[in-house]
Design a protein around this ligand. Sequence first.
Ligand SMILES: [Zn+2]
Length: 217
Amino acid sequence: MTSATATRAALDPQLAIHDEIVAAGEPWLGSVAQGQTLRIVDLEGNQAVDTLFYNAHHTEERYSAVDTIRAQGNIYLTRGSVLRSNLGASMLTILEDTCGRHDTLGGACSAESNTVRYALEKRHMHSCRDNFLLALARHEQALSKRDLPSNINFFMNVPVTGDGGLEFADGISGPGRYVQLRAEMDVLVLISNCPQLNNPCNAYNPTPVQILIWAAG
Ligand SMILES: [Zn+2]
């Protein structure tokens, strides 16, 4: 048995220490300890999962898109990508990726962006930024608006055009595709299972995702 086969065999969903469905449009906040494995499954396909990571013990250290992009020399995340903190530390490593590309640039939808991009009457639509703040409030985390840096959009396709622009394109993910990360430090994971209905990031139809966590080793 190769080590890769052994790794996959060890990650039987039946053996996960945490297995939860995050409903369409809902937030999720949880912890993953150093050495544990986190898998996010795009159950029905084309679902953007807006995600932030914080050092569980010092939350002022958090995922940094700039440090991650600079260290790997690429704007997209996939297998082998190391997610870096604002202090340059390795927070998590992507070990498996059956989607192939995840966005670092698009950011989270918000009341403000819905208004600017789409229409004034979109202001009150459910957004990722509101989801992040709701999860932080529910879990009594001493984090607020100032603690929301630019996030990862797992399963979201934001190609850069030839002249340097960004496009929110059709998703490249599909039902059952997943991204799997090993935590290199104890992390808090803040997710908004994106409720956006005004662009194709969720195929105009937000759907549930699954969160699985396996113990270290
Ligand atoms: Zn969103």
